[in-house]
Design a protein around this ligand. Structure first.
Ligand code: EBR
Length: 387
């Protein structure tokens, strides 16, 4: 007992070295403090393993239910999918399907169109699966240039295009590709679309009209043609504890592209990339979605948007410029030397990130960030520019 106490004391010391979301200094993260109900759920589902679902049929049932709940949020009453380790695994899983489909058509490499804004998880997928990406440039709105995409497809249809990756809530700027337009092209040429809504998936469905920016189309879900898979992460704006990423397919028929035989488990095939996997993310996502409901999420998203606009307002007072008006709860602040500025700010205890597509600092206005935090940050940034 004494030993256990000592060990826990030691662990506490390590844990105390970590930053805390509630201190408001974490400005570049897409994760946040999980909903308070999570603690009890984590304890209850601690030993569950969905890698062998026959042993945990209750947890498996929860996964089916939670995928249905997320599916309904994305206008699909009949989805197939999993709550997995995160957006990276979700995107890799979608690329596995595109690769397998291409293989069935007799192509060794899958030809995939991908926007310049794509998250780096797609690079990991490319390395693993020998995918052939064509990077589609961005238009003035920092979204996929649809005209370029159309022309490219028309000119290269002979070679075969296997997939298009689109983004609903880009990592750097929170932008949303014009997915309805891309969907029309994909339908015409019968091309698979994967939507990466790892971040936007738990924001856009709850975003009130008054926050929607003119010139962007916020429609991204399964109600559009040829959207065959969507990444949507509960452990980002869904408020679930890590790990809880989500991958949803249009229907069960996509499972066969992922299945491998599993002779010594309670089921004879497995579709997820990761074998042994905790049921904690599944149960927590189920519980949090039930507790909050659409109204709860709407309230959280509205609060984040209010604070995003507040940040923009405070920036204006100091003539700090934004790259674009915020599409979601992400703000990019123009900066000549963002690497250096962010390093200086880090020394003062502010943790924000930078953009790659433009010289800018990047702030994700997550639920743990309050107006007081924003005030303090703006003061720190102003001070940093004066020094
Ligand atoms: C940001 C993840 C992040 C979280 C970064 C916490 C810093 C933090 N993004 O402190 C998209 C559009 C993303 C994304 C991650 C992933 C990968 C996929 N798509 O595997 O759960 O913005 O990290 O998600 P992950």
């Amino acid at each position: 007992m004494k030993k256990e106490k000592e060990i826990l004391e030691k662990l506490k010391k390590y844990r105390e070295m970590d930053l805390k979301y509630e201190d408001g200094r974490i400005l570049g993260s897409m994760c946040t403090k999980p909903h308070p109900i999570s603690k009890k759920i984590v304890e209850m589902f601690l030993e569950t393993n969905l890698g062998d679902p026959g042993l945990f049929p209750g947890t498996k049932r929860l996964e089916e239910e939670v995928i249905k709940m997320i599916g309904e949020m994305l206008h699909n009453n009949n989805p197939f999918g999993y709550i997995i380790s995160g957006g990276t695994e979700a995107n890799i899983t979608a690329m596995r399907v595109v690769k397998k489909m291409a293989k069935e058509k007799g192509r060794r490499e899958a030809n995939i169109l991908i926007p310049e804004t794509a998250h780096f998880s797609f690079e990991k997928a490319r390395e693993m699966m020998d995918l052939n990406y064509t990077v589609v440039p961005l238009d003035r709105k920092y979204t996929m240039d649809v005209k370029y995409l159309k022309d490219y497809i028309e000119d290269n249809i002979e070679k075969g295009i296997d997939g298009i990756v689109t983004i609903a809530g880009s990592t750097e700027l929170g932008t949303i590709d014009n997915i309805p337009e891309i969907s029309k092209v994909a339908k015409e040429y019968n091309i698979y679309i994967h939507v990466d809504a790892a971040f936007g998936g738990f924001v856009i469905p709850f975003l009130e009209e008054r926050y929607k920016l003119e010139g962007y189309n916020y429609h991204f879900d399964f109600s559009l043609d040829n959207i065959f898979s969507i990444t949507v992460d509960p452990h980002k704006m869904g408020l679930a504890p890590i790990p809880a990423g989500g991958i949803l397919f249009r229907d069960f028929s996509f499972k066969r592209y992922l299945d491998v035989e599993t002779p010594y488990l309670t089921e004879d095939s497995q579709a997820t990339l990761i074998g042994t996997r905790s049921g904690i993310g599944v149960a927590a996502t189920w519980g949090i979605m039930k507790v909050l409901g659409p109204d709860g999420y709407r309230e959280i998203v509205s609060q984040c948007m209010e604070n995003t606009y507040y940040l923009v307002k405070r920036m204006k007072e100091y003539s700090f410029e934004r790259v674009i008006d915020p599409v979601l709860n992400i703000v990019a602040i123009k900066d000549e030397d963002p690497v250096n500025t962010s390093l200086i700010l880090r020394k003062k205890g502010w943790y924000l990130s930078i953009c790659r597509c433009v010289d800018a600092l990047r702030i994700v206005v997550m639920p743990h960030i309050t107006k007081e935090h924003i005030d303090r940050f703006i003061d720190a940034l102003a001070q940093c520019k004066r020094d």
